[in-house]
Write a protein that binds this ligand. Structure first.
Ligand SMILES: C[S@@+](CC[C@H](N)C(=O)[O-])C[C@H]1O[C@@H](n2cnc3c(N)ncnc32)[C@H](O)[C@@H]1O
Ligand code: SF4
Length: 461
């Protein structure tokens, strides 16, 4: 058995296989080419009624590459490249909004990356002004941004204050690990003093819902070293903590190959690091939400979890303020009227499409009825740790057990492994099952079950 969690090593090894993180269903490998006309069709459907919209803006630039990074990043040190990108982003915002009626509201907006704060203050201001002219933000809209503390800690808080003036009210800081040895091994040098100073500035300036990103499973991490990282983070007392499992995908991210395998914790050590971190966070008053997020009980995200209203998208767990989400910038992903839509991945094709006044989309997936209903089940498992069978039947008009007859042997196996409880009215993920909720969700993933084991995902533990 491992620590105080009722998991034996054999079970752990069985689950340490590639499995999606279910930030979407169907997952990205199942998507195909998509023409801009298909996106226009979705926008026309959206326009049948005024709706709340969530907006995502991708700023891909970083100054240096962290060796673990799995994000969509462009290394850049030439300001003119960033200026050109901003000009095209403005063009995209104007183009998309020209296809939309003006009475959709925007309760939620997020800047992600890469490193959005690598842009200058005038650039950020121009983008926000264009968004303000093109969309209907409300005074209580949630405006959030990902921040690398290394980009805002040297100006005495000027950029942070400026972001607040622009209307941003939530920030998420990338920290990952505070141990200098681990930082050296992943080439991300960020002293704890720097992180702490930035965090305190953000608090003083009045940001709410402050999040800190951490990663477990990085090179040279041990249970003891990560214990120290977690203690330091708890001392700051952020409202939210994202505790990501290191997603190792060197076939997609060449730079990860520079991390030698023998410096990584073993599966058992990695699991031990997670369990220890979870125990510390829980003892410090954080509530574990879904798979990899923690929040103080009074935080709205924790309240949404308790009320069964948590939502999962490409930014992880969020409040569900809008079902439809529009993505802007290269590689960004949206979800519009039951279709995933991803923008071009290369700058050149993104720029060429916009030069031709076309929506710069590249691929996506229109969900079938089966996809929609499985997406609902997977979301319930990932966000609420249970599926209400009666609600399923009311929504989709077919009994749960009947629809998932083919999956039932896997459900029965999960019950035998004590990951699931099969009650009359619901399927409930057990406390042990919560640690492997990706594997539990995978039972209902039709595409994965058809492929049985030949996926390109990172491992489940
Ligand atoms: C776009 S970055 C955050 C903003 C900023 N670039 C920074 O690093 O501070 C988003 C987050 O993704 C997480 N992340 C990146 N690569 C990852 C990987 N391979 N596995 C797990 N999490 C990863 C990190 O925690 C990172 O903070
Ligand atoms: S973790 Fe953040 S700063 Fe590091 S390379 Fe990825 S996006 Fe850039």
């Amino acid at each position: 058995m491992l620590q105080d969690v009722d998991v034996d090593v054999a079970l752990l090894q069985r689950f340490d296989r590639p499995v999606p993180r279910y930030t979407s269903y169907p997952t990205a490998p199942e998507w195909g080419p998509l023409a801009s006309e298909a996106y226009l069709d979705r926008l026309a459907l959206l326009n049948q009624a005024p709706r709340p919209l969530s907006l995502y803006f991708h700023i891909p630039f970083c100054r240096t590459m962290c060796l673990f990074c799995g994000c969509s990043v462009l290394l850049n040190r030439k300001p003119e490249n960033e200026e050109r990108y901003v000009q095209y982003l403005l063009k995209e915002i104007t183009l998309v909004s020209s296809h939309l009626r003006s009475d959709h509201t925007v309760p939620q907006l997020h800047f992600g990356g890469g490193t959005p704060t690598k842009l200058s203050m005038p650039q950020l201001e121009t983008i926000m002004q264009t968004i303000g002219r093109s969309f209907h933000l409300t005074p209580d809209s949630e405006l959030s941004i990902e921040i690398d503390p290394r980009t805002v800690c040297e100006d005495g808080g000027e950029k942070l204050r400026f972001l607040r003036q622009l209307g941003f009210n939530r920030v998420s800081f990338g920290v990952q690990d505070t141990d200098p040895r681990v930082q050296e091994a992943v080439r991300r040098r960020q002293t704890y003093a720097m992180t702490r100073r930035t965090y305190e500035l953000a608090r003083d300036i009045g940001f709410e819902g402050i999040n800190i990103d951490l990663i477990y499973g990085l090179p040279l991490q041990t249970v003891a070293s990560f214990h120290d990282t977690i203690e330091k983070v708890i001392e700051m007392r952020p409202d939210r903590i994202a505790l990501f499992s290191y997603a190792k995908v060197p076939w997609l991210k060449e730079h990860q190959k520079a991390i030698a395998d023998d410096t990584l914790p073993t599966t058992e050590e990695k699991f031990g690091i997670y369990v220890q971190a979870r125990r510390q966070l829980t003892a410090a008053g954080y509530l574990g939400l879904g798979m990899d997020h923690f929040a103080l009980c009074e935080d709205p995200l924790a309240q949404a979890f308790l009320a069964g209203q948590l939502h999962r998208n490409f930014q992880g767990y969020t409040l569900c303020l809008a079902e439809d989400m529009l993505g802007f910038g290269i590689t960004s992903i949206g979800y519009c009227q039951n279709a995933y839509i991803q923008n071009c991945k290369e700058l050149q094709s993104y720029y060429e499409a916009l030069d031709a006044n076309q929506l710069p989309v590249h691929r996506g997936k229109q969900l079938s009825e089966d996809d929609q209903l499985r997406r609902w089940v997977i979301n319930k498992l990932m966000c609420q740790f249970e599926v209400d069978k009666h609600l399923f039947e009311r929504l989709y008009g077919v009994p749960f057990g009947h629809y998932f007859g083919a999956e039932w042997p896997l459900v029965t196996q999960a019950v035998a492994d004590q990951l699931l409880e099969d009650k009359d009215d619901k399927l409930v993920v057990t406390p042990t099952g919560r640690l492997f909720v990706r594997n539990v969700a995978a039972i209902f993933d039709r595409y994965l079950q058809c492929k049985a084991g030949q996926s390109g995902f990172s491992k489940g533990v």
